[in-house]
Design a protein around this ligand. Sequence first.
Ligand code: NAP
Length: 218
Amino acid sequence: MTSLPSGANRTELRKIGIMGGTFDPIHFGHLLAAEESRSALGLDEVIFIPSGDPAHKRQRRVASPEDRYIMTLLTTLGNRNFTPSRIEIDRKEPSHTVDTLREMRHWYAPEKVLFYFITGLDAVLGITTWKEYEALPELCRIVAVSRPGYPSQELGNLPENIQKAIIPLSIPLLSISSTEIRQRLHNGRSVKYLLPETVEQYIRKKKLYRKKLEDTIP
Ligand code: NAP
């Protein structure tokens, strides 16, 4: 069962960032995106939610939900404004953002909280394939994070009500990517300074990302 986050039941309006991603593995680019979003949007805290069963990722093997959650926990330990959540990891059904946001609404009085769902621009561009995506603007603002210079014009192709809910945010140094880290680990290359040392130690201890990268699930 997911425990109530700190600050729930408070009376003043709270702005909560919800950092969603597969986090396979989580890295400094994600931390920077969360911190930049927090300061740019004046968020009270950022809750990191690794996807449990990414329904849309069935073509590629990902590290187990538990491993991705533990890496998220290790990464967020040092920042008191960052909290990892098991909400999607513990859900038996496939992860859908709309379900997560509705469940989180029950943690707070709806009129006292504004949610900001933070994720990569690439993911946001695919939003019309998400379950009940039309309902998302009622539940949150959507922060579409990209690296500087990355073209965000394609956001203009999304339905108007979705566009209105989107806040594009370009983050310096976001060029670190989970795919690049997995490739490096697979090829025996260093991942130093791309992710926290504790996460690297965890990956090596659990022998993650050694297998052929694009293994498909039978
Ligand atoms: P992803 O593979 O995790 O990420 C897509 C791109 O965005 C990658 O370049 C990734 O970089 C970057 N990224 C991901 N999360 C980020 C973050 N919080 N801040 C900055 N960059 C980030 O994307 P995904 O698995 O499709 O999902 C992203 C979020 O959308 C998840 O919360 C997921 O549950 C949600 N989603 C929901 C549905 C649905 O409701 N049906 C469907 C699809 C996605 P890295 O590779 O370096 O992480």
